[in-house]
Design a protein around this ligand. Structure first.
Ligand code: 4AD
Ligand code: MG
Length: 472
């Protein structure tokens, strides 16, 4: 069968009555009238809405196929667009031909025309894009990704692809997935009895990257403004609604920029993404908001229009301590902030995004620029770090000005129990023409959670990877 030129349902719904069209998609529902006609609702994913198709009894396959259609069947339908007498749509398609492409067994097809729980839909992740919710999330995710590239391309940032297999640990946290082709049952051993990664594929231990930042910095320190956008991997055993083992991160990096410039970029970036969602996918956004978080459109608009709060970590600790709250994790200067603290600051105290700056050095990564303020905090210096916190989610961006002074950086690496030799190429940037520079990482899925109102991060990525979860 040669396929005719098809019209997406999204276009058909705004076309004029009288047009002859061919549509293809999947049946959502079938309603047979006692008289000899049926209504098929057809969805092809081009938009949230389905189109109503009128199939009359005189169609040659009416009894044999049309009335036996059920949710999930794929069909090709030719017909003429007519004004719809029914409520809810301006036009419908009057079918002149209905071709059944693929049957879907009505008994076993998991996506029935009723409300399914998100938990159930995770078990049929290969079919969940056929639901309104996951169609809307997919279209919004696409819109956000295109807005990401647009934002940086307009500002002259170069898109750089950093490696996924890496030998260095960017965040220094050691929670990485090993990449190895050694036989786990009989790996080669060193004379000391350890596994000899010298005989592995890359002749060294290698891992999936936790961040493209270090490699990104090398390009920023040659080409000025760059960004990376790709998958990153963390093997931490975090079973929370905000953590994935595989997630996507956007990481801009700018030479000749400091922490304040970094915060300015982060604020402009978030506002750009949020307004793009409101402008480009209004129907999908409205559907998700109606179903999952009614306050969403107002919150997004408020964020786009308001100035973000900028305070230091030290001030934040002060606010948290004076809040009168009984925290699950007590706060004192030097402790890392937990999601409950981050959410209190952005959701309750300031009711908008908050950029927290200058965290204690001891709780942040080795590459962050050391501030000259140890005397102010009993001998504990801070670093020029920045986290952007948003209501409901907490941290959505983490970034910093980078340590550009060779000796300071080497000392920091040693202090954290790492070896400067392992970072020789990263340190070379500080040996040859070092410059102040800064950047950050925005988690795509946390951003998607925010703009869709989905409370679990596993529902904003097609195939979530989390502890004990990698089917599909
Ligand atoms: O704060 P993080 O760990 O920062 C970095 O990786 C830096 N190298 C970025 C940079 O400066 N270029 O991660 C950045 C963001 C977080 O704010 C969060 O939004 C997201 O990545 N993120 C996660 N998202 C989902 N699941 C996880 N396990 C995540 N870990 C971080
Ligand atoms: Mg972070």
């Amino acid at each position: 069968m040669s396929f005719p030129k098809r019209t997406p349902v999204a276009e058909a719904l705004s076309a004029k009555p009288g047009e002859k069209l061919a549509l293809a998609g999947w049946v959502r529902t079938l309603r047979c009238s006692k008289g000899a006609f049926s209504f098929i609702t057809l969805n092809d994913g081009s938009c949230l809405d389905s189109i109503q198709v009128l199939a009359e009894g005189k169609l040659p396959n009416y009894e044999s196929e049309v009335v036996r259609l059920s949710a999930g069947c794929s069909v090709l339908i030719r017909g003429e667009l007519v004004e719809s007498p029914g409520k809810g749509q301006a036009v419908e398609l009057k079918a002149s031909e209905v071709v059944l492409l693929g049957k879907a067994d009505a008994e076993s097809y998991p996506i029935q025309p009723k409300k399914h729980t998100l938990e159930f839909l995770r078990t049929v992740a290969h079919l969940r894009p056929r639901t309104n919710t996951f169609g809307a999330v997919a279209r919004l995710r696409n819109a956000v990704c295109s807005a990401i590239h647009e934002f940086y391309q307009k500002r002259g940032f170069l898109y750089v692809h950093t490696p996924i297999v890496t030998a260095s640990d960017c965040e220094g946290a050691g929670q990485m997935f090993r990449v190895s082709t050694l036989d786990p049952l009989k790996p080669p051993r060193t004379p000391e009895g350890k596994i000899d990664y010298g005989q592995d594929f890359f002749s060294r231990p290698t891992f999936l990257s936790v961040s493209g930042q270090l490699e990104g910095e090398t390009y920023a320190c040659a080409l000025d403004k760059i960004y990376t956008f790709g998958p990153t991997f963390r093997a931490e055993n975090s079973n929370t609604p905000r953590h994935l083992a595989e997630f996507w991160m956007v990481e801009p990096e700018m030479a000749f920029n400091d922490l304040d410039d970094d915060a300015d970029l982060a604020e402009a970036f978030i506002k750009h993404l949020f307004s793009a969602v409101l402008e480009r996918c209004p129907k999908d956004a409205a559907f998700l908001s109606e179903r999952y978080d009614k306050t969403l459109p107002g919150t997004l608009k408020h964020i786009v229009e308001s100035e973000f709060v900028r305070i230091s970590y030290t001030e934040a600790v002060d606010i948290l301590r004076k809040s009168g709250r009984a925290w699950e994790f007590p706060v004192s200067w030097g402790t890392d902030l937990q999601s409950e603290h981050e959410r209190y600051l952005s959701e309750e105290k300031f009711k908008k995004p908050v950029i927290l700056m200058n965290y204690p050095a001891k709780i942040k990564a080795f590459y962050m620029r050391l501030n000259d303020d140890a005397a102010e905090h009993g001998g504990e210096p801070t670093v020029a770090a920045m986290d952007v916190l948003v209501p409901k989610i907490g941290e959505i961006i983490g970034g910093s000005q980078r340590e550009e002074r060779l000796e300071v950086l080497e000392a920091r690496i040693r202090k954290m129990g790492m070896k400067p030799e392992d970072y020789w190429w990263y340190l070379d940037l500080r040996r040859y023409g070092t410059v102040p520079h800064a950047g950050f990482g925005l988690g795509l899925e946390r951003t998607m959670q925010f703009v869709t109102g989905m409370s679990n991060i596993r529902d904003v990525i097609p195939y979530p990877r989390a502890p004990r979860s990698a089917e599909f």
